[in-house]
Design a protein around this ligand. Structure first.
Ligand SMILES: [Zn+2]
Length: 278
């Protein structure tokens, strides 16, 4: 959708959805949108995308990652606040002179001493980038050498970001001797795929925020962590379990930490498998 804007399929999708996700749309489209763009699960795609400057007339100088080193507004927020060109495109930030590109950045006032260093750093970064007349701005997928998106590189990116920190928990989960429905529930808790009221609200199934309250304590939003760990009712259950096991711990407030705590709380193998089961 970013590259083939003249294509028929792009125009159809754009006309039908216009970057929106209407409530009547298919769950497939909702999932795709949520995976790619929403906070929490999404946004990973932006981490792999960078603009490649051609004429520079489509790309915002401060707000878009076009240097592959990050967004200038975030990197030089102090200079951004001083700029009088905060919403200018790259092309509007300079001019051509005898075939050479000259940057012309304008400021609200002269720089203080420490701001001069920042300005030098900024100029060093952008000095290596020149515009190309007659070439449209394009997109580059930074996770692949050729700059073209591939499913494999996106898969690798997601695996690295999501699964690595969870490996130990998942490895242990696979080896636990517990009924499959219990294992399935544990997976869902770890991945926050429980049909909690918070998740139902996120999916648009519950519309009203007042309906997301936990029915046990009536004092907090019913999220996965709340339901299983931090709600006073669940808390009492865990406290009884700890007491029965004779262990004294500070109970973690979410699934992964909770599971690791049980796994780490003893070393003996037979006792460990019992703890994992619990
Ligand atoms: Zn509660």
């Amino acid at each position: 959708m970013l590259k083939e804007r003249d294509s028929l399929w792009y125009k159809i999708l754009k006309t039908k959805y216009n970057d929106m996700v209407p409530s009547t749309t298919s769950c497939w489209w909702k999932d795709l949108h949520s995976l790619c763009f929403e906070e929490g699960g999404g946004q990973w795609i932006e981490g792999g995308l960078c603009r490649k400057i051609g004429e520079g007339n489509e790309v915002n100088f401060w707000h878009v990652n076009w240097l592959s080193s990050g967004i200038l507004k975030e990197k030089f927020w102090r200079l951004f606040n001083l700029s009088v060109q905060q919403n200018y495109t790259v092309k509007e930030m300079g001019r051509w002179s005898n075939g050479s590109w000259i940057w012309e950045l304008l400021w609200q006032r002269p720089f203080l001493h420490r701001e001069v260093d920042m300005m030098d750093e900024l100029m060093n970064i952008i000095a290596n980038h020149s515009l190309t007349e007659g070439t449209p701005d394009s997109w580059v997928w930074t996770k692949e050498e050729g700059g073209s998106y591939s499913v494999k590189s996106a898969y690798d990116l997601l695996q690295r970001d999501v699964l690595e920190p969870l490996d130990k928990v998942y490895q242990n989960l696979c080896s636990i001797k517990a009924p499959s429905n219990v294992m399935c529930l544990a997976w869902k808790v770890l991945l926050n795929r429980i049909q909690s009221k918070e998740n139902l609200k996120r999916k648009g199934i519950i519309q009203d925020t007042s309906q997301t309250t936990c029915p046990f304590c009536l004092a907090a939003v019913e999220s996965t962590s709340h339901l299983f760990f931090t709600c006073p009712k669940s808390w009492q259950v865990w406290i009884s379990v700890y007491r029965r096991l004779g262990i004294s711990v500070v109970s973690p407030e979410e699934g992964r930490a909770h599971m690791l705590m049980f796994l780490d709380s003893c070393c003996a193998r037979d006792r460990k498998s019992g703890m994992s089961f619990i």
